[in-house]
Design a protein around this ligand. Structure first.
Ligand code: PHE
Length: 343
């Protein structure tokens, strides 16, 4: 019995000192101690030499060492397996993470969202449409038939593959698409990028952004147009700002007007922004022309509506003090970083 005790103590030492660094070592451990020809098996074979009255105790000692060897083996398996995935994936989990660069909204997008936000308070929804348009949606349906002289007002880019396609010169094309759907009444905003063949300079570009609006229902009048735009201006530029309408011409509206507001830089006293006039032009507008309604299968005897359209870059330039329109599209991060994410 004493000999057995010594044997087991020796075995325990061997179990503890067996080097296991990788899965193959763990397997070697199993074969050496727990395998069918392993140390434990051979000691068990010696049970027959133990006196019958001592067999019970000897059996207990053997069981203890067996479960000890099994648990050590399991630990070796777990440890070496975890290590393999770590090495193979090439990931060093102890490395500190790299900081995430957080982007922010482009100033044009911010201004656009600000405009949309104000009209949303009045229940206007947002509609979008394609930037490559057919002649009908950009011109024809808007009361600009072929060879109409007003087409020259907007220096149009034509698409070479198809003479019927243009880069939309205004988002009025989306107004047509909305009216054609025939879901009346309509209270919609059409924000988007538009294209005109103009020489690129600090004050003009071959593309820019617009927000147009359209309201069609029974008995919509010019008074509604005025009140809606007055609400917009007060929300955007403050309660003290005054508005004025100057008669204008757009083929798709009748009557048409351009709306000015008292200069929000000098308060109407005269400065370089308003060219000393005290007023700044901010949008074009008017009552939707009956021909346009008819082109979209809307009965002009029953329905009337107003439309307006404004640029986004100019108010953004004034608001953020940007003096060159080109900066908006150059994507220079030094410029963009000046508009950090809103907290
Ligand atoms: N579509 C016009 C433009 O691009 C703006 C406008 C829209 C004018 C709606 C009147 C009514 O300049």
């Amino acid at each position: 019995m004493e000999a057995l005790r010594q044997q087991l103590a020796q075995l325990r030492q061997e179990i503890d000192s067996f080097p296991v660094l990788q899965p193959a070592d763990a397997e070697a451990f199993r074969i050496r101690f727990l395998g069918s020809k392993g140390s434990l098996k051979s000691i068990m074979g010696e049970m027959k030499n133990v006196l019958p009255e001592q067999r019970k105790e000897a059996g207990q000692l053997l069981n203890e060492i067996k479960s000890y060897a099994e648990s050590v083996y399991q630990q070796h398996v777990d440890r070496t397996a975890a290590k393999t995935t770590e090495t193979n994936s090439g990931i060093d989990r102890s490395r500190p993470g790299s900081p995430q660069a957080i982007g922010s909204r482009h100033p044009v997008t911010r201004m656009k969202n600000e405009i949309i936000g104000i009209f949303q308070k009045l229940g206007f929804a947002v509609a979008e449409g394609p930037e490559i348009e057919d002649d009908w949606h950009n011109f024809g349906a808007l009361n600009l038939p072929a060879h109409h002289p007003a087409r020259d007002m907007q220096d149009t880019f034509y698409v070479q593959q198809n003479p019927d396609w243009v880069l939309r010169t205004h988002t009025s094309s989306v107004q047509i698409r909305e009216m054609e759907k025939g879901n009346l009444p309509i209270r919609m905003l059409m924000p988007g990028r538009v294209f005109r063949n103009e020489t690129i300079s600090a004050r003009s570009h071959c593309f820019f952004h617009q927000v147009e609006g359209l309201y069609i229902d029974e008995q919509v009048s010019f008074a509604d147009l005025k009140q809606t735009l007055y609400f917009f201006v007060q929300e955007m530029y403050g309660k003290d700002v005054k508005i004025r309408f100057r008669p204008s011409y757009f083929p798709f509206t009748e009557p048409s007007a351009e709306m000015d507001i008292t200069c929000f830089i000098c308060g109407g006293e005269g400065c370089p922004v308003c060219k000393k006039s005290g007023w700044v032009e901010i949008l074009g507008c008017g009552m939707v022309h009956p021909n346009v309604l008819r082109n979209c299968q809307i009965d002009p005897e029953k329905y009337t509506g107003f439309a307006f359209g404004m640029g986004v870059e100019r108010p953004a330039m004034l608001k953020y003090g940007v003096n060159d329109l080109r900066l908006f599209s150059e994507n220079d991060v030094r410029f963009l970083r000046q508009f950090p994410a809103l907290s």
